[in-house]
Structure formats: structure tokens, C-alpha cells
Design a protein around this ligand. Sequence first.
Ligand SMILES: [Ca+2]
Ligand SMILES: [Ca+2]
Ligand SMILES: [Ca+2]
Length: 289
Amino acid sequence: MKRITMAAICALCLLAFPQGAQAISTVVETDAADLVNALLGSGVTVSNLSLTGGSVSSGTFTGGVASGIGIDSGIVLTSGNVNLIDSTNTSDGSTGSFGGAGDADLNALVGGETEDATVLKFDFTTTTGSIFFSYVFGSEEYNEYVNSSFNDVFGFFVSGPGITGSQNIALIPGTSTAVAINNVNLGLNSGFYNNNDPGPFAFEYDGFTDVFTASLGGLQVGSTYTLKLAIADRGDSVLDSGVFLQAGSLGGTEPGEEPPGAAVPEPATLTLMGAGLVGLAIRLRSRKK
Ligand SMILES: [Ca+2]
Ligand SMILES: [Ca+2]
Ligand SMILES: [Ca+2]
């Protein structure tokens, strides 16, 4: 009861917060090829694309720099509803709950069952022996549910020749620690964390990371590997989390570096209009027995 009362007070604070004009814009996209093509840069080729998740749990976004998240455009995978993201922080607990299954690799990362997983998976080859891409992780679980069992998580899992099982390359910089609610927040690795509760960013999620680069070297040039991008709720299926991947950043060289003998790729132009659906739900959790 105390939790609900506090949530109601926080929600009123959020409603009173001034609304900005430059919110991030999102559009639902559930075609795996369209998502991967938006992410793809140079030095990597892809095949065997697949997407599992909810009907509105994946999409594209624009206006990310204006909103303050540090990546201007790209694709977004969530544990809920991408339509809830494109506003200022209007709710303390925006939720898309689609009754989806969890993901075994994510269960292993957090030591328990996950729910509402969205998984984009494909095979790739690299011309450089490496892969790179840039991303931001954000969540509605911040800051109230830090260090609780509601430890929403995502992972970028690479498998293939020379790799035992699968290797998660979504790590806090300079560590072997997975990026998750309980691992990067106001109290832990806070230098990589941006608080948005109740503002100031034109973005629904209550907190988010800096822009991180996922990378893996030592791959065999021309050999086929699998990359699985996965995100899910932990503890229950409510309060969304999302990972935002930069358009054109999946490539064989570090973002911002020109590959040997190649022209600098033109940034993909996305002309996408967002549908403005705003979640105003006060946080009321429905716990599993
Ligand atoms: Ca959910
Ligand atoms: Ca929020
Ligand atoms: Ca959640």
C-alpha cells in the first residue's frame, strides 16, 4: 500500500513537469529485415533474419539527439510498447504487457525467469574480424525498482566458430558486467547513468545509460556467426525497458572510424513520423504468486 501511495505522489509530480517540444519519435516495425537493414553499416553482411516479440514491442525511432538520449535514429527493441516512448516523462510506470515468453539466455544473465522478451536474431559475416554497434538502454524500472527482483535485462549474444556457447557483448564499459537495472543506476556505475525522473529529457523512460559501443574482435573473416539481440522484463511483465540501437552502426569497424580503403558510409535517412500515444497509468503492479 505504501508503494502505491508513493507511486501516486510521483505520478502527480510527473504530470506537473513542463512538457518539452522535441520528444523522440517512434514507429512500430515488426519486419526483421527492415529492422536489421536500418541497423546495418559496412563490413558486415547478414542472413537468416528473425524477430519474436509483441505486436508493438519493436520499432524505429528518430529525434533521439533532440530528446537527449544521444543517438539520433535507429531501431528500438522493448519489453512492452514502443508507442509509449515518444513523449516527455508523463508516467512513472508506462507499461506494455503482451504476455510473451522470456528468453533462456536472458534468464541466465539475471539468474531467474524473464517475460515479454523481444528477440531480433540473424547470422552475419564480417570482413574485418570484428563487429561493432552503438546503443542506449533505458527503463521505467528506474529508480524505484533498482536492487529489486524487477531487474529488466537485455543482451547481445554472439555465437559461432571459436566461441563456446554464446558470448554477451552488452557490457558496462571496462567491465565484464551485463547492462541491467541493478548494474547501472544512480548508485552503481552512476557515471554511465542519466536520471530522467521526473525529467529533464523529452523521453518517457525514467532513466537511461550513456551511449555504449558493443564490440567483439577475434572473429574469423568470412565465417558465419549468429547475433541475437534480446530484451525482457524480469520479475513481472510490467514497466517497460528498451534498448535503442544506432542506425547504420552495425559494422566491421568502430563507429566513427573509416574502414580501410572504404568510403565513409552515408548515414541512413529515416523519415518517420511517430504516433503520439501517451501512457498515464499510475504504477500498480500485479505480482505473480
Ligand atoms: Ca512488458
Ligand atoms: Ca516514465
Ligand atoms: Ca519491467
